[in-house]
Design a protein around this ligand. Sequence first.
Ligand code: AQP
Length: 345
Amino acid sequence: MAAKELVFSGVQPTGNLHLGNYLGAIVNFVKLQNTHNCIYCVVDLHAITVWQDPAELTRTIREVTAAFIAAGIDPKKHIVFNQSQVSEHAELAWVFNCVARLGWLNRMTQFKEKAGKDRENASVGLYAYPNLMAADILVYRATHVPVGEDQKQHLELARDIAQKFNNDFSDSIRTHGFNEKFFPQPEPLITGAATRVMSLRDGSKKMSKSDPSDYSRINLTDDADAIAQKIRKAKTDPEPLPSEEEGLKSRPEADNLVGIYAALAGQTRADVLREFGGGQFSGFKSTLVDLAVTKLGPIGAEMKKLTQDTAYVDAVLADGADRARVIAAETMNAVKDIVGFIRKK
Ligand code: AQP
């Protein structure tokens, strides 16, 4: 392991954790545990940028935690916690609100998509969301961030904020004896065969927690029957599967199902097409159902078991928060000195 490499990533507790969250992010969280120190966060402060029912939010914070553990994240070796328990995230986000420029945030496509036409009525938090995300990462001075494709733009913004902070305060950073690159440039890790899993009903739309159609996504808590029904009903086109990857171009639904299969099987799209190319979707879908049930079934079952044990889950979060706070406080104290605030020493 490179000496100072540190992984950070987060998942919002906004309900319906799905196959996209799993293949785009959580699977990679699990792998990185073997090579890096990792911090995985249930980002509840991000969740409330859109109104959440309080009782439901409490439930989903525990559910995402359960998903992390059920998928194979070890909360003893690494850090698992919920964001609101470490107040330094919000503190650093305020400093970043004053570093980031309005023009930068105006370019964020996720805000445009989520705010939609009723932009005047969107929360200020939804607009400032990328600054909080930058704070989440940089309060640990994390160097690597495993995310799905959709978060790439926010990661670029985090890099811009880190650089601008380092430049704006370069003299003070030096005066206080810190390295001139006080904040590192965090690298996005967008890996695997399914970095952008699409809706099962519409290959042009991202699989999403908030899609009103439950048939658009496979939830991690779906049982075998639900998984089978959703895959069988998934939209496809009338052509057989192509034998070459080139043949998936302009066939978004076929590309999506082949990508899902490849990611679940730990193969490439080319491997999958070598096996199934020329065949009909019905046969391919049956094998995909078996694979998805085999891979996701045990995770869903373990999640259900863990969510019953709220005392255990809450203890994991409290312990993780205690350990995260030590690292975050060190950064935040340094930031206060660099910015020129007075603090009790
Ligand atoms: N469809 C996806 N394919 C691949 N990766 C995805 N991720 C989300 N959707 C897909 C990745 O999952 C991680 C956690 O996402 P999040 O919970 O923080 O936020 P999100 O992107 O807002 O999730 P949704 O499902 O898209 O929610 P809504 O419906 O609210 O918009 C991230 O690494 C993300 O890239």
